[in-house]
Design a protein around this ligand. Sequence first.
Ligand code: SF4
Ligand code: SF4
Length: 256
Amino acid sequence: MTVLDTCPFCPRLCRHVCPVTAATAREAATPTAIATVLRLVGEGKLPGELATAALEFCNGCGACARHCGVQQDVPALVRGRRDRPVPAALPALSVAGDERTIRVEVGTEGALGAANTPDALGHAAVMAGDQAHVDRVAAHFAGWTVLTGSHAIAEVLAAAAASAGRGLHVLMDAPPDGGPRFVTCWEGARGDDGQIACCGAREGYELRQPGIAGAMAAEGVRRMGARKHGCADSHCAAWLRAHAGDVEGPRADQPG
Ligand code: SF4
Ligand code: SF4
């Protein structure tokens, strides 16, 4: 059974884990509603532009897919239907001398310059399973060691490393032992237990939907309540700081 055969008839069983739904309180943002619109557009019962609007609600956090009892993957469907162009050229790698280790962070003037974003590396294409682009990234970074605190950039480079099988190393910042209670969606958004499910700064969502993404950050921290909170992802930690107060986590401007 596919998502379009299943989710439109589901009594919104994953509604409570979708961070976009929680932040917007909009039924149209639920995974069930997204799938319903896509099905009805496919049947010619709704205009096509509604499908575009429905796809833009989802930021691919994966919470619904992890919660689903019948293994339906709404974010995979959404990624496959979005029109996200593959970058025409990958950012040039520029370092002094023979240095073969670079740090890649979002929004900072690092080794990739101002084009230092997951979108510049074609994150959406990688997540959609575009193997040709994965191979391009692998060739581009072959022989480099890349440091990053951004899960989205790490996802791109990890896929490239797995494809190349050699010559590319990706190192994620790790929460320190005995440190604060870090939350991160690196290994999966967690909404069931009240932790931050997704801060919104994922797959460029904060650029396309800044209002919703800001509300997601605020809602995520509100759910954490009095518990100490933070994020092991430098990009998300910066987003949380900007929209929900002081949040612990690595800073992109710190040396790696
Ligand atoms: S992903 Fe699973 S729980 Fe969510 S709407 Fe679809 S069938 Fe229901
Ligand atoms: S992947 Fe995340 S944002 Fe998208 S529908 Fe599922 S829970 Fe909502």
